[in-house]
Structure formats: structure tokens, C-alpha cells
Design a protein around this ligand. Sequence first.
Ligand code: SER
Length: 315
Amino acid sequence: MSSKILIIGACGQIGSELTFKLREIYGNDNVIASDISYNNLDVVNSGIFEIIDAMDYKSVKICVEKHNIDTIYLMAAMLSATGEKYPMKAWDLNMTSLFHVLDLAKAKFIKKVFWPSSIAVFGPTTPKQDTPQYTTMEPTTVYGITKQVGERWCEYYHEKYNVDVRSIRYPGIISWKTLPGGGTTDYAVEIYHEALKNKSYDCFLSEDTALPMLFMDDAIKATVDIMTANADAIKIRSSYNLAGISFTPKDIAASIKKHIPEFKMSYTPDFRQAIADSWPSSINDMEARKHWNWQHSYDLEAITKEMLTQLKDKY
Ligand code: SER
């Protein structure tokens, strides 16, 4: 199966690792990385790279035609914490970029779309533990609203225009290659850097705030799995719940202490606490497991070991 892939937002936390993985699978020349600027040289230098403004339909379409693209992974978005600072910008970026890509698929310029949703689609009225696929969804962040609305549009484009769009509700993603930016779950990455650099971390969430999380390798595997599954296995065209693990800042501190005994954690919750409080603590992802055999591999201990090993040389 040959595929010509465009990744929009390839310099970001997930986009960068997706670029490396997809280049491994499909070959360097078949995966075009793009972003709004050259802000990740590892990605820029790893193969074909284009500057694309996801807000500009023409700029996306020109790239699709130039490279004969049939599949787009739209990884550009403004995340939850930054979105609360710039609500209209978050709305504009997250919705406009999605419509551009869905419309390219509707017009048959491309065949397949991956678009990430998030646990942010849930809100304070959602059952907090083991949150099911189908439940009350009243998101209270702009980011969550864009993801919830985006899910509705994905399903709509699939039903009305037969667009092959596939989506996952990512939990917080933990990784060491590229830093996340502007999210509420970012603490679970920052903490490893600070533990190695300063042997201490001041957490912006309170110690008992449990959130659903996933290691990057698992997140990338899920993304590749859902995109390579047979179309008829993808029975949900809004977005799939996806779980790996769930832990609190206190849990992650304890797992770091096993490797760095002098590590000290303090807690100074800020505006992101309210965002975290509105999200589920754990997710039920039975449908993803059943429909396309999703399985995660990394638990918290394995993540901590891998993060500390990979980041050690940096500090
Ligand atoms: N990691 C995201 C955030 O914290 C959630 O999808 O905004």
C-alpha cells in the first residue's frame, strides 16, 4: 500500500515523533513534514519539509497538489492552557485548520485524515472515573469546546460526504524528544527535566489531581494502528476514547524518588488546576480495544525509567 503523507504541525510534541515513525514505515520521501516555522531542526533536517499555515486553505492545497498527498495528519492546535489565554485564537486555529483538511477530503484531493481529539472534550458533569465513550460532554475550556465541536464535524463529514476521517481522544502524552507546549498535562513532562536539572519540581497541579496519561510510544502506536486498520473496523467516526494509565502528581513524584532519592516536590496550583479538575481521572477505552485491538505497553514505572534514561545526558 503506497501512501503520500502530509503532517501539519510536524514540529510539535506529537507531530515530531509521528514524522519520525511514519518516515520509518513509509520511507522518507513519502512523508512530508510541515509547520508554520522551522522550530524543530531535528524534524526540518530529517526529510522534506514545507512551511504551511494551516489557517490558509491555499497554502495547504498547494502542498497537497505539489506532493500528490493522499493522507493528512493534522497535528497543529492550540492546547488547553494557552487556549484560555487566547480564546478566539484557539477557536480560529483549531476549527479553521480542521475545516480546511476535511474540505480537501470532501473535494477528493485527499483520501484519509487523522485528527486528534482530547480528554478535554469532557467536563465537570462527565463521570470522572472510568469515563465511558458515550457520556455527558460539557467541556468548559475553549480547547475542549473546539475538540468537541471538531468531533461532531468529523462524524458529519464521514456520514454526509463519506470522508475517511479517524480520531483519538489523546490523554496527556509523556515524551522526551520534543517538549509539549501550552497544555495542562505538561507537568508530567516538565517534572522529569526538573528532577534531573534541579532535583526538585514545583507542580502547578495539586498532589491528588489524577489525570489520564500515555507514553509517547504508545500514543504513536495507537495513531498508526487506527490509521492502518481496515475502514470497516473504524466504527466510531467522532473520536475514540484512549487510555493508558492514570496517575497523580504525588504518584509520579514517588516513582521519580525511586531513582533520585533526594528529589523534592512542592505544589503551587495555578489556573490550570481548574482545567484539570474539569477532566476525567481515568478513561474507559473498551471500544478502541475491541474495534482495532488497541493495547498500551508502558506503565508509570516504565515511563519514569525511560524518561530518566533518555534525558540523563541532556543535563
Ligand atoms: N495535553 C492536552 C492539554 O493538556 C490535553 O489534550 O491541553
